[in-house]
Design a protein. Structure first.
Length: 262
């Protein structure tokens, strides 16, 4: 699949900071801290079945997409990679597999997710508690920052991107795998049925939790388009921005570089 290249404008472009149907809109009376705690609590409850549900929801495609994310990272020998919003550490484990000998850090703010990941990975990965809006690492700490299904959950997207920019070394690479506003096509009715009927039903059957699996497709459907996220990256200062759409344009991988002179 050919990558779409984003030509960064000469000046910042205004794009939405929130989107219809997002938790930012749906819980407008709540503070950002309350919304963040609600997301944290939700992911903590579904942590034991999170990976299984990802496999079922995507038909196993999430495994292939995570492999692609790590290939795009192009981590140098002995380099450092931060998996932000790591959850159970799937991306971090794939990075350890593709780049043995590198320094891999998996960071998340949900204790239950990290505990599940640590049981599976053992001592191979370094897990760290971290808020995507206040990453507890020094400037220019990592050669690569990756994330999987993080950005649509943050309550302040520009700040989350600035934080990732801050901890990247000059010349460092950013890669994000996330849902995107799907394009309408002949499969749209089937996609909507899968997202709004099958996924919540599976979630209820396998985890005993329905609400998180209503939240997930709702925020997925109503997140920014791939083009809008590319604009956010350009406004943050990233260059060489590209993206690919996958799974009938419901998921996108974005990658970009922090300029060497920053």
């Amino acid at each position: 699949m050919q990558a779409a290249m984003w030509n960064s404008p000469q000046k910042a472009v205004r794009v939405p900071l929130c989107w219809p149907g997002s938790p930012i809109i749906m819980t407008n009376s709540s503070s950002p801290q309350e919304r963040a705690r609600a997301v944290q609590s939700m992911f903590g409850r579904i942590a034991p079945r999170y990976d299984l549900m990802n496999r079922l929801m995507t038909g196993g495609m999430d495994v292939r997409l995570r492999k692609k994310v790590i290939r795009l990272a192009k981590l140098p020998a002995g380099g450092s990679l931060l998996d932000l919003g790591a959850g159970t550490g799937d991306l971090a484990q794939e990075a350890h597999h593709q780049y043995p000998g590198s320094r891999i850090t998996a960071a998340d703010f949900t204790l239950g997710m990290m505990q599940t990941g640590q049981k599976r990975s053992g001592p191979r990965l370094n897990f760290a508690a971290a808020d995507a809006l206040n990453i507890p690492f020094a400037n220019a700490s990592f050669d690569v920052v990756v994330s999987g299904f993080l950005l649509r959950n943050v309550v302040n997207l520009p700040l989350a991107l600035r934080e990732q920019w801050r901890v990247l070394k000059p010349g460092g690479i950013f890669v994000s795998l996330d849902t995107t506003k799907p394009r309408k096509n002949v499969f749209s009715p089937l996609i909507r049925f899968h997202m709004h009927t099958i996924i919540p039903l599976l979630g209820q059957l396998l985890s005993g939790e329905r609400d998180p699996y209503v939240y997930l497709p709702t925020t997925s459907e109503n997140f920014l388009s791939a083009e809008q996220l590319a604009v956010h990256l350009a406004n943050t200062g990233f260059r060489e921005i590209s993206y690919n759409r996958h799974m009938f344009s419901t998921v996108a991988i974005h990658w970009a570089r922090k300029p060497l002179d920053e």
